[in-house]
Each structure stands twice: as C-alpha cells, then as structure tokens.
Write a protein that binds this ligand. Structure first.
Ligand SMILES: Nc1nc2c(c(=O)[nH]1)N[C@H]1C(S)=C(S)[C@@H](COP(=O)(O)OP(=O)(O)OC[C@H]3O[C@@H](n4cnc5c(=O)[nH]c(N)nc54)[C@H](O)[C@@H]3O)O[C@H]1N2
Ligand SMILES: Nc1nc2c(c(=O)[nH]1)N[C@H]1C(S)=C(S)[C@@H](COP(=O)(O)OP(=O)(O)OC[C@H]3O[C@@H](n4cnc5c(=O)[nH]c(N)nc54)[C@H](O)[C@@H]3O)O[C@H]1N2
Ligand code: SF4
Ligand SMILES: [Mo]
Length: 720
C-alpha cells in the first residue's frame, strides 16, 4: 500500500522537510515538503539520494569482524561482547588513555548518538576524545564559552529580518547554511535583496553564493582577522560604535576601541587584498544599516586565526547594537534546550600527551590524533573507537592516520560502511539507516533561523536483528561497566528494573518527551495544560513553527555575572600573534611562489560519505584543482592537465581547471574524495575515487588558540 511519510532530512544542517512516498520498504519518490514551515519545500540532490542510502547493497546490516583479512558476519551479542572486552583489556594493560574515541559529523544528526556520547565517553574514562568539531566549528564554541558562558550558545544571523549581511567564508548556496539552519538558504538570501537589503560576501573564490549577493570581494586566505579589525577601526573612528541597550550587559567595552587601531586601513588593504576605500564603505554601510549582521563560517573557522575571527565577528555585531535584536545576531529558543541540559564547557583542564595542546569541552584537537598513536611512551593510544566518522579522509594529514591505524591493537567502528577509516577496524557495528529510526534535531534547532520543532518516526521498521546507534551504545556501556566490576548504584538498578517492566522508559522517545515537556514551550506534567509534549508534537507532521527568533538577554547568558565578556584576555591577546604574522608591512599570501590551498563543497557531496550514490557522483569529475588563469600561466599549466600538488606533508595529483573565479595565488580542491584506497567496500565510490585533499593538509597547521585544524590556506606548490 502506498503511504506518504513526512520527515526531516538528517543529512545536513538545513533540516529540510521531506515528503516520501513509499510502499513498505520500497521508496517511490522523495520530494521537498511544501508544508514544512521551516524549509517550505526546499530539497537538494542529497535529500533525494537518502533513498540510495536505504537501498545501498554495500551498506552493512550485520556486525562484521575481520578474520584472516576477510570480513565475516557475527552476532550482535558476540560483537558487543568482544568490543567491550577488548577495550577494557587494552585499558587494563596500558591505562585509561590508551583507548581513543572519534566522533564524526553525523553523530550530531542522530539523536540516539548525541544522547549517548557523554555516557559512552564516561564509561571509557579516557582523555583521548576527538571529533570533527576540531576540523570545523571549534572556534565558534571557544568564543561562545568565553563570551557568553556556554560553548553551545550559538549565535544565529537573523536573515529573515536583516537589511545588511556581511558574510565571510561561507557558501550557503552549496552548503545550505552552517551553524545557521535556514531550511531554504538560497530563497532566504534572495529575499534579502528583494526587500531592499544587501548581502556582501568575502571569499577567496567567487562562489555559487555570489549569485545571491549584491557584492563579492576576494580576500587573501587567512587574513580575515585583519579585515575585521579594520572594519572595527572605521566604526570607532567615524563614531558609529553604539551598542545601545546591550551596554548594560557588557564587560570590557572600553578595551575594544584601542584594539581596533591595530592596523591602518592601508595596511589592512595590503594584507587582505581588499581596497581601503571598500573596507571603509563596508564598515559605514554596516554600521548605518537599520539591522545588520556579520556572519563567518567554515572558511574563517578553519584557518590559523579561527577563534580570533569568530570573536571579532561577535564584537562587530555587538559594537553596532546588532546583537539580540531582530535582523542581527540572535540566540535560538529551542523546544528542547541542550544549553540547559549539558555542561557549559571547559578549557585547558588537561593537555595532549605529545604536543601539549589544550582540551576544549573534554576533547583534544583531532590534529594530534595520529601522533598520539604513532609516538611511543606512557599513555600512547593503542585502541580506537570511531563513530559516524571518516577521519582518514576528513582530518589534516589523514594519510598519516591511515598509516597509524593498522598498528593499533584494537579498533571498532560504529558505521554502516566499510570506508577508508572503518576498513582498519577489527569489528564494525552497523546501526540502523536514517529512515529506520526516529529523528528529532537536538543540535540543529540551536542554530535555526526560526524556532521550530519536528519529530519524525521511523519510516521503515528496522529488522529484528538490527540495532540503532542508541541501542549499540547502551549495549556497550552496560558491558563495559559490568566488565569493570562496577556495581550499578541502587538508583540505576531500580531504573533498569523499571525499564524492563516498561520498555518505553528505555527509549529515545521517552527522553525526548521529557525534554519537550520541561522545555521553554513545554506543558510539564499537568494533564490538561497547554504546551508541548511529544504526543502533541507528533500531531504536527510537517513540523511546528514556534516563531521568529526572540531577544533573550540577559536571561540567556550563562556567565557567572550575567554579563557578556566582550574582550576576554585569552581572545584579545591573540591579536599579538596576528601582528607577528602580519606586521602591516607585507602583503598577505605566500612568498616564494607558493600558492594557498583552500577547499570547496559541491551540491552533490556530503563530506566523504555520500559518494556511493550513483546519482550524486555521475557526470563530470568534480575533484579538480581550480586555479587562476595567470597562476596557470606562471606554472605552465593548461586547462584539463593533471598537476602535482605538493605540501609539507605530501603530494597528490588532480586535474587543473582554470578559472577567474579564483583569487590570484589561491587554488581550491574539494575534500572527502580519495576512495581509491584498498580495503574499502563501496563500489560506486571506488569507481569515482578522486583524491583526498587531506593527504596534503597539515596537522601542524592549526589555530594555535583554539586548536582547530587549519585546512584552509595550506601553502602548496604545483607542477604540471
Ligand atoms: N553540499 C554540501 N553541503 C554541506 C556539506 C558538504 O560536504 N556538501 N558539509 C556540511 C558541513 S559538515 C559543514 S560544516 C557545512 C560548511 O558550510 P560553509 O560554512 O558554508 O562552508 P563551505 O561551503 O566550505 O564554504 C567555506 C567558504 O570559505 C571560503 N574560504 C576558504 N578560506 C577562506 C578564508 O581564509 N577567508 C574567507 N573569507 N573565506 C575562505 C571557501 O572558498 C568557501 O567558499 O556545510 C555542510 N553542508
Ligand atoms: N580539507 C578539508 N577537511 C575537512 C573539511 C573541509 O572542508 N576540508 N570539512 C570538515 C568538516 S566541516 C567536517 S564536519 C568533517 C566530517 O568528517 P567526518 O565526520 O569524520 O566524516 P564524514 O565524511 O562526515 O563521515 C561520516 C561517516 O558517518 C557514517 N554515518 C552516517 N550516518 C550515520 C549514523 O547515523 N550513525 C553512524 N554510526 N554512522 C553514520 C557514514 O557512513 C560515514 O562513514 O570533515 C572535515 N574535514
Ligand atoms: S539541503 Fe540538507 S537537509 Fe535539505 S535536503 Fe539537502 S541534505 Fe537534506
Ligand atoms: Mo562540518
């Protein structure tokens, strides 16, 4: 019988509503749901390809174990039991930190995983916890922790009501928005122009987003902090700084103006490559707009001054009064509020063993993961758990990690593909696919441009011999604790007794219901009260709109004194490091003929893991090196010619694509490709292999303040 199912797409941050027609297990069509109040019918090619994930013959459906070089299916009981036993053994022999864990991006899109990360890491008790956070949004979280008191207090550009948006290092026309869940980013960007507003984009490449903005300026990679300081300088010099009502909650306002004089306009112009007059005009337009917002994303996070950039962006918004007001930078008020239910964060409570980098939020920068495995000594990592990640393709100098993984004494991966990383595992535990479990966006509602909530039940009943991520973790935690001889507390024993009697209590749905009832729109436990519960949310199959973003100060601040710490020393001191690199005398960019490598995304890719869908990879090769025509001439390179790209860490070959969409001195290669490695079981991906940009990114190139990897702005040389 043909059925129509509505759910939120879990593949990227946009949270599009999908309308799926299916006959049992057989999917007939996937379309955007026009009645979803958040995404209004938006869908991208990946959303359509969610069916390919479901149908993929290469997707693992049972646990497998590597035996004599081949994968054999084993039972869940054996797989979970052996995994727990081996992890505990390694820790008994070498100490707690000998087991590392790595959490990939889809962990944040999976409610079961997101809920269990804490419990699982606690059961391991290791300091060697890594995730994709530190090749991504760590600088945002770092800044939020120090300024607003919680690493999860993400700030969202209110695109629906802004008149002027200054956007740096983001390509929402392709990425669909990041830390900025828009639903339909291109439509929302176009609407700004239609209502007389303006978007200005700063990017070393004239990207797909340029089509939706009024102005684009090329910038030399890595110099955005200089631009942001110069913008602030103009704002103060022209007496346009006015935080307005924010003043009452600010600490450190007097520190900002002196810092804004770090570079003269001419110096900033020379370093960034943007003319002084343009910088000045941008600053004046920004500060004079009715409602303006400055937003910077991946390109300004994953560079040497990521945290400094994200801090200065906050300062510009606040200094012009464009914070916590419609059309400016705002906080969400999510129906289930993670900010209230999880820890505020931490910094520098411990450091990595080899390089001494500081933890943030009980995680170490992933740029040190391989060295913790390769370099001997007490505390060396001997075993690894990966979940929903592919760090061999997604972390800097992934090749080195690829070399390190075979030496581990034990590795387990929770993933449904045998990919470049999981192929090194001893055991793979495959969870249910995206249509086979319930979905609620715990994380992405923290960045949504309107407050929304939506629950999607499983569309397809998972088979009896399958486990969701949630169930896998529960199974592992219970076994690890039992092996450690840890007797559960009386409370825990009572609870597990109750769970046995009422299995609902052991479900994700139960926790979600609890969170919604106790959340800001919740009905609590009053029988006939108005307000949200899971049962009520389920009646809104297209999702529930909870209104525009709302001013939230000072209640939303989690700092002890309920003030915004505008210029924490840890951030403002980093300007010294910037000044060491850019004294003001030189141009930005590389000397000695080196070029700067940046990344790029593509509408039909999702980091490394959707390349086994033919509809997403077919057609012309997209894993090409974009290069400016004059740079091509300088290096005697012609269009379509294979070139060798070399960095400190290695060399790869890709086909050159000459285009004036690149800034001079900058080349671009996408990440997430490189499926030629032996051992992977993804037939379509292997046939469309490409090369991995992270084979030549550099684990030593990081934002020294936050520890975030700097995968943009990598110095490279090229040769035909
Ligand atoms: N189609 C598709 N969508 C995706 C993903 C995907 O892989 N494919 N991945 C998802 C994920 S996990 C994330 S985090 C988001 C990221 O989403 P976005 O933050 O929008 O990231 P990108 O598309 O990588 O865009 C970053 C831009 O920064 C530019 N850039 C590079 N270096 C610099 C610099 O030094 N200064 C400035 N100003 N710009 C610079 C690049 O040219 C690029 O255009 O996308 C998500 N959406
Ligand atoms: N050079 C360069 N490097 C980058 C980036 C870049 O732009 N340039 N982008 C960075 C960014 S923003 C990110 S987020 C990272 C991504 O890096 P990772 O998170 O390490 O890698 P992904 O490619 O997202 O791999 C996701 C894996 O999760 C599995 N998976 C999918 N859904 C589920 C699920 O529900 N449960 C489980 N258990 N597994 C699942 C997939 O099969 C796949 O193997 O890459 C980063 N690396
Ligand atoms: S934009 Fe993101 S959420 Fe929307 S359909 Fe595409 S992958 Fe799914
Ligand atoms: Mo990401």
């Amino acid at each position: 019988m043909v059925d129509t199912h509505f759910r939120t797409c879990s593949l990227c941050e946009a949270m599009c509503g999908l309308k799926i027609e299916h006959d049992g297990d057989s999917i007939l069509s996937v379309k955007g749901d026009p009645d979803d109040p958040h995404s209004r019918g938006n869908i991208c090619p990946k959303g359509v390809a969610i069916q390919d994930l479901h149908n993929d013959p290469d997707r693992l459906r049972h646990p497998v174990k590597r035996q004599d070089g081949a994968w054999v299916e084993i039972s869940w009981d054996e797989a979970l039991g052996e995994t727990a036993r081996r992890l505990v053994e390694v820790q008994k022999q070498y100490g707690r930190n000998a087991v590392a864990s790595y959490w990939g991006n889809p962990s944040a899109h999976n409610m079961g995983t997101a809920l269990m990360i804490g419990a699982f890491n606690k059961s391991l008790g290791t300091q060697n916890v890594f995730s994709a956070t530190s090749v991504d949004q760590l600088p945002h979280q770092f800044v939020q922790y120090f300024m607003y008191g919680s690493s999860l207090l993400f700030t969202i550009p209110d695109i629906n009501r802004t008149d002027y948006m200054l956007m740096l290092g983001a390509n929402p026309a392709v990425s669909n928005g990041s830390l900025w869940s828009c639903g339909d980013a291109t439509k929302k960007m176009a609407e700004v122009g239609k209502r007389g507003g303006k978007i200005v984009l700063i990017d070393p490449r004239r990207t797909e987003t340029t089509r939706y903005v009024a102005e684009h300026h090329f910038i030399t990679p890595g110099t955005d902090a200089v631009l942001l300081l110069a913008l602030l300088g103009v704002i103060f010099e022209k007496n346009l700084a006015d935080p307005g009502r924010l003043q009452q909650w600010l600490k450190g306002w007097e520190l900002v103006e002196p810092l804004s004089k770090t570079y003269s306009l001419d110096q900033a112009a020379r370093i960034t490559g943007i003319a002084a007059g343009e910088i000045e005009r941008m600053a004046v337009e920004f500060a004079s707009a009715e409602a303006a917002v400055c937003y910077g994303r991946f390109g300004v996070s994953t560079q040497e001054f990521g945290a400094l950039c994200q801090w200065l962006i906050q300062v510009i918004n606040i200094a012009t009064g464009n914070f916590d007001r419609p059309g400016g930078m705002m906080f969400a008020k999510p129906a289930l509020d993670l900010v209230k239910t999880t820890s505020r964060g931490s910094h520098n409570k411990f450091r990595s063993r080899v390089r001494g980098l500081a933890e943030f939020g009980r995680e170490l920068p992933v740029a040190v993961m391989a060295e913790e495995m390769l370099i001997g000594g007490e505390g060396q990592v001997k075993a690894l758990v990966t979940t929903a990640g592919n760090p061999v393709l997604s972390t800097p100098n992934g090749k080195r990690l690829d070399d390190a993984l075979p030496n581990l004494e034990f590795m387990v991966s929770i993933d449904f593909y045998i990919n470049e990383t999981t192929c090194h595992a001893d055991i793979i535990l495959p969870p249910t696919g995206p249509l086979e479990h319930e979905h609620y966006d715990l994380v992405f509602n923290l960045f949504a441009v309107r407050d929304v909530a939506k629950f999607s039940p499983a569309m397809i009943e998972p088979g009896p011999d399958t486990r969701s991520d949630w169930q896998i973790y529960k199974g592992l935690v219970a076994r690890i604790n039992r092996l450690r001889g840890k007797r559960p507390s009386l409370k825990m024993r009572l609870w597990s007794g109750l769970e046995k009697l009422f299995p609902y209590l052991a479900s994700v749905e139960f926790i979600l219901d609890l969170g919604l009832r106790l959340g800001p729109y919740g009905k609590g436990f009053v029988p006939f009260a108005k307000g949200l519960s899971l049962a009520r949310l389920k009646r809104h199959r297209h999702g529930l709109d909870l209104g525009a973003l709302k001013p939230a100060l000072p209640g939303r601040l989690f700092t002890r004194d309920k003030k915004i710490d505008l210029a924490p020393a840890i951030l403002s001191d980093d300007i010294m490091r910037l000044k060491e690199k850019y004294t003001g005398a030189e141009r930005g960019g590389e000397a000695n003929g080196a070029l700067l490598l940046i990344g790029r995304r593509d509408t039909r890719t999702n980091n490394s893991w959707m390349h086994n869908s033919l509809r997403l990879v077919k057609g012309k090769n997209r894993c090409t090196l974009l290069i400016h025509p004059e740079d091509a001439v300088d290096h005697a390179i012609t269009d379509g010619q294979p070139v060798t790209i070399t960095s400190r860490t290695g060399a790869i070959r890709a086909v050159a694509e000459i285009t004036d969409a690149m800034n001079r001195g900058v080349v671009s290669l996408p990440h997430g490709w490189g499926h030629h490695r032996p051992g992977i079981s993804m037939e379509v991906a292997s046939a469309h292999a490409g090369v991995s940009a992270n084979d030549i990114t550099d684990e030593l190139l990081i934002d020294r303040l936050s520890g975030n990897a700097s995968v943009n702005g990598v110095p490279v040389t090229i040769e035909a």
